[in-house]
Design a protein around this ligand. Structure first.
Ligand code: AMP
Ligand code: ZN
Ligand code: FE
Ligand code: FE
Length: 288
């Protein structure tokens, strides 16, 4: 029997809606053999996720994180898997990113204010379950106050890149993200590299640029990837001797059509793929 894992998920520690305990419980109910919690810019949900998996048994928990980096082609996201408990320099860098998020959130609220839309930072923070706060929480606060009918409308009118209160996010240099994470023993994976159409060969160049900093792999299987996208990623992995990872990018009710383990229904990340990721770590002398 083919068994599944999910190595890319978000809880309410960032912009998902499940608590880490709920998320791991659902993953267990779905029969997944492993789940990685990869919240944006925070590690604050990981202890609860791990404790839940230990209590339930029969599901492996992988401590993860997702970091947004900036490139000439826009944002590229990078996942760190098997984040150690003592994440020293990574935790410091994430704290810095969260502080910049806080400043950006305030600038968005200020801009909304000038548009006659008045919500407070307390209302935004009330929507967040953890320490990584961003536009989805502002969208929820706007909806709670009746300024918009839906989260989608909040992004269309105000928060999206063509919205009236858009402020771009501060992002990390990709080299810095990769070296910070590989330096503490994470498996560093380029997330969903096929979300946008990049110029031919650009992803190859991006991979080559990051290899010297300790890049481990590339996310081939993702809810928003087609089968052809996944095959392209596997081709890239072969060319540069990278590992292949995958996950749903589950966000709970914030992306209600994406389910743990199966994405929109056809996602499949097998325990065999997971075993290869662990094998790479064993070869490097890294703990799993
Ligand atoms: P931030 O990190 O604060 O820039 O917020 C980015 C998050 O906003 C993404 O991870 C998505 O979950 C969410 N998001 C972006 N665009 C939209 C949209 N048009 N509708 C709903 N959610 C969105
Ligand atoms: Zn997200
Ligand atoms: Fe992402
Ligand atoms: Fe994600």
């Amino acid at each position: 029997m083919i068994q599944r894992v999910d190595l890319h998920t978000h809880s309410n520690a960032s912009d998902g809606t499940d608590t880490p305990a709920e998320l791991v419980t659902r993953a267990h109910e779905a029969g997944l053999k492993a789940v990685a919690l990869t919240d944006h810019d925070t590690l604050c949900g990981l202890a609860e996720g791990k404790a839940t998996a230990d209590r339930l048994g029969d599901i492996e928990f992988v401590r993860g994180v997702e970091v947004s980096t900036g490139t000439e082609q826009g944002e590229m996201h990078i996942l760190g898997l098997w984040v150690p408990e003592d994440a020293g320099p990574l935790e410091e860098a994430l704290a810095e990113m969260r502080a910049r998020r806080g400043e950006r959130n305030q600038r968005i609220l200020d801009k909304l204010d000038t548009l006659g839309v008045h919500i407070t930072m307390d209302e935004v923070l009330a929507q967040a379950g953890g320490e990584s706060v961003g536009r989805p929480h502002i969208a929820m606060a706007l909806q709670a106050r009746g300024y918009v009918k839906s989260i989608t409308q909040a992004f269309d009118l105000y928060l999206g890149s063509t919205g009236k209160a858009y402020i771009p996010k501060d992002v990390m240099e990709p080299e810095r993200a990769v070296s910070l994470m590989s330096g503490i023993g994470c498996s560093v994976i380029i997330a969903h590299p096929m979300l946008k159409p990049y110029p031919p060969g650009w992803i190859d160049e991006f991979v080559k640029r990051l290899l010297p900093f300790g890049l481990c792999g590339i996310e081939a299987w993702h809810s928003e990837h087609t089968d052809a996208d996944a095959r392209s990623c596997i081709g890239i992995a072969r060319r540069y001797h990278l590992c292949v990872s995958g996950g749903s990018d589950y966000h709970g009710l914030n992306k209600p059509r994406i389910h743990l383990g199966i994405g929109y229904g056809s996602l499949m990340v097998t325990t065999d793929a997971f075993a290869l990721l662990k094998h790479w770590r064993e070869e490097q002398g890294l703990p799993c």
